[in-house]
Design a binder for this molecule. Structure first.
Ligand code: PLP
Length: 509
């Protein structure tokens, strides 16, 4: 044990020295050139895999002189779609596809095609859009126990957004503006666990809010004493995850909510991932599950907002989430309006102007099609698959589960070899999520993993992958070293530069 700690310290020290060296060396042109050449190699490989249709499907860099036939266009799109179905249809994925049954997808597509022109910005033309939206918010709020908030004189309300990130961005902007007006705060700070979703970093960068990151404990739940120590007169909101993206752990939301309430600070529960699953898992009444699910919604007096994604376990089409507020007085700070624009009186509740009403309709349709019994049934099935996966991982020598998760299950080897296991799994067709700081890999179970013994197959494949990696230390893998380097490279600016290049690549023809 002591050896491992010492090794870790030496590793950290080496990284630090390497970081200082790289920062200095990067200023020397020859070194810079050499590094650029190395990136170029990595990026060339990456570009190849990101652009598989080059030379295979016609590239349009300008409008075709004469429009193509509908048949030809449909055949191009169907061809690419068919090719990509092999990436997820077998279910060897983590998260990403939450339902996946053809019949359900066809139903959503059918709904979309009926109302593809609807725009809620024109409520006079399409009043149905505001019906869909209000009812999605009410149904989601009800799931989050809005009735409990009414007991304290509140009235839960919200907006449908384009996804979890927008829900989080809106809540953070709302709290920034509210704190400025009500408390005169001009240097706003939010406190979130280090494991909270990157959307909080995005909010911090977009809205000039300082993000104070709180440590997590050995179970990857936020360290309350660290949160407490970070609260100051500029704190505009506290945040907790139910559960977190990396390790699937639910923070101690009741304690965080009390802390926020006692300090008179708003509190946001990020239930993007768990909002449509946790309430139903809770209702299953299995003690083993319930012990890991603290109350996280409007039953708590301190919870002033939640983000809940319809496009994850709500089984809606991609592109919707719900941000909920405890009362309309808070939501008022989210709204945008301009009263002296030559284009007329203008208002917009969320970030977008025009919005896809068809996505509201598909989310509404998914909710009322699935119903309480459907979500409960899905929760039961997903938990069953997750139990097989979790217990299976627990029994694989050399692997350790990170924390004590329910269905979003992270594991580690304690070092970078876990990325080699991820790569070996990739060769078996599995696309899993790599985590870092500390190194780990997770699989987020969805309805797709409840099919055809897939959970059992995952465990068998993982056992083989772990055995292979253990028995072949000489095989360093192809992508694992790159992943390991990106995860632990001391110069984060350089890693950030790589991500810029990656994004540029996505926009290439
Ligand atoms: C906990 C959590 N919060 C927020 C998000 C962001 O959601 P989206 O990708 O829909 O913007 C995710 C996505 O996985 C998540 O897991």
């Amino acid at each position: 044990m002591r050896d491992r700690e010492e090794n870790k310290m030496i590793h950290r020290l080496k990284n630090k020295i390497l970081g200082i060296f790289i920062k200095t060396a990067k200023k020397i042109p020859a070194v810079k050139n050499k590094m650029n050449q190395e990136y170029a190699g990595i990026m060339a490989d990456m570009e190849k895999s990101l652009k598989p249709y080059r030379g295979k499907v016609e590239t349009f860099s300008s409008l075709p002189t004469k429009g193509l036939s509908e048949e030809l266009i449909l055949s191009l799109i169907e061809g690419m779609n068919k090719n990509e179905e092999k990436n997820w249809k077998n279910g060897k994925i983590s998260g990403a596809v939450y339902h996946g049954d053809k019949k359900h997808i066809d139903f959503l597509n059918n709904v979309y095609s009926i109302v593809s022109q609807v725009n809620p910005l024109h409520a006079d033309i399409w009043p149905s859009a505001s019906k869909y939206e209000a009812e999605i918010i009410a149904m989601t709020g009800n799931m989050m126990h809005s009735a409990e908030a009414e007991k304290t004189g509140d009235l839960v309300c919200g907006s449908v957004t384009s996804g979890g990130t927008e829900s989080i961005l809106l809540a953070m902007k709302t709290y920034r503006d509210m704190a400025r007006e009500k408390r005169g705060i001009h240097k706003p700070e939010i406190i979130a666990p280090v494991t909270a979703h990157a959307a909080f970093d995005k909010a911090s960068q977009y809205f000039n809010i300082r993000l104070r990151k709180a440590r997590v404990d050995g179970y990857f739940r936020v360290d309350l004493s660290h949160v407490k120590s970070l609260i100051n007169k500029n704190t505009i909101a506290l945040v907790g995850s139910a559960p977190s993206f990396p390790h699937g752990m639910v923070d101690d939301i009741p304690a965080l909510s009390d802390l926020a309430y006692l300090h008179g600070i708003p509190f946001h529960t990020d239930a993007c991932l768990g909002g449509f699953l946790l309430p139903w898992v809770e209702k299953l009444g299995v003690a083993e599950y319930n012990n890991r699910i603290p109350v996280f919604d409007f039953r708590l007096r301190g919870v002033t907002s939640l983000s809940v994604d319809t496009h994850k376990y709500g089984f809606a089409a991609k592109g919707t989430s719900v941000v909920l507020y405890r009362n309309p007085q808070i939501r008022r700070y989210q709204f945008f309006k301009v009263t002296d624009w030559p284009g007329g009186l203008y208002y917009s509740p969320t970030f977008a102007g025009s919005r896809p009403g068809a996505l509201l309709a598909t989310a509404w349709a998914s909710l009322i099609k699935t119903g309480a019994s459907g979500y409960m049934d899905s929760a039961r099935k997903i938990m069953k698959a997750a139990d097989i996966i979790r217990e299976g991982i627990r029994n694989i020598p050399g692997l350790e589960i990170m924390g004590d998760p329910l269905w979003n299950i992270a594991f580690t080897t304690g070092d970078h070899t876990v990325y080699r296991i991820m790569e070996a799994m990739n060769q078996k067709g599995w696309s899993l999520n790599g985590l870092h700081q500390p190194p780990g890999v997770h699989i987020c179970a969805t309805l797709v993993h409840t099919r055809k013994n897939l959970a059992v197959q995952f465990v068998e494949d993982l056992k083989e992958a772990a055995t292979y990696v253990r028995e072949h230390p000489e095989d360093k893998g192809h992508s694992a070293p790159v992943y390991g380097m990106a995860a632990s490279f001391p110069d984060r600016e350089t890693v950030g530069d790589l991500l810029d290049v990656y994004m540029d690549t996505l926009y290439k023809l």
